[in-house]
Design a protein around this ligand. Sequence first.
Ligand code: HEM
Length: 148
Amino acid sequence: MATVYLILLTLHNINRWLVLATGVWTLIRTVPGVRSGRAFTPQDRRPVVAFTGTVHLQLILGLLLYGLLGSQGAPVFAGAPNAGFQWQHLGLGLLAAVTATVGSALSRRAASDRGKFRVATTWTAITLLLVLLLIPWWRPLLRLFTGG
Ligand code: HEM
């Protein structure tokens, strides 16, 4: 159990950086697009899809971690600064998966190119904000299969 926990925790830790990086990549492409009036191309779609994918992967890894700790009766986020942190993490994590998915779907369906840029920008910014709020920043910034 300890080994599986460390593997999942390490993947969840590292994928957090992919979530943040793909979110910033999305904004770098979509924010200028809102004003420029240029066409929304497959190159603009790529970061949106990558961002949604990394958020979904994070959700799956988180659920596996949660299930594993729960099945062992082990505490989740022991030593967190506030007692309700585990519910904040879980709730905002689920919400982030929803907002990323909604943003990707609505951006795809928007009638105009400017609309696609605007929708992708708004929902990605909301999702990134949620992610920044839910990350346990007191935990290791990079974990490589080690405890602590
Ligand atoms: C984008 C969303 C999320 C991000 C960025 C994120 C990020 C993190 C980070 C950085 C850690 C600490 C890793 C470490 O200590 O090395 C963590 C731990 C954890 N996360 Fe998430 N998480 C997200 C969503 C979720 C969701 C949706 C769940 C549950 C369904 C979840 C469950 C957990 C659990 C169980 C732990 C380990 C707690 C412990 O070791 O006591 N996470 N998360």
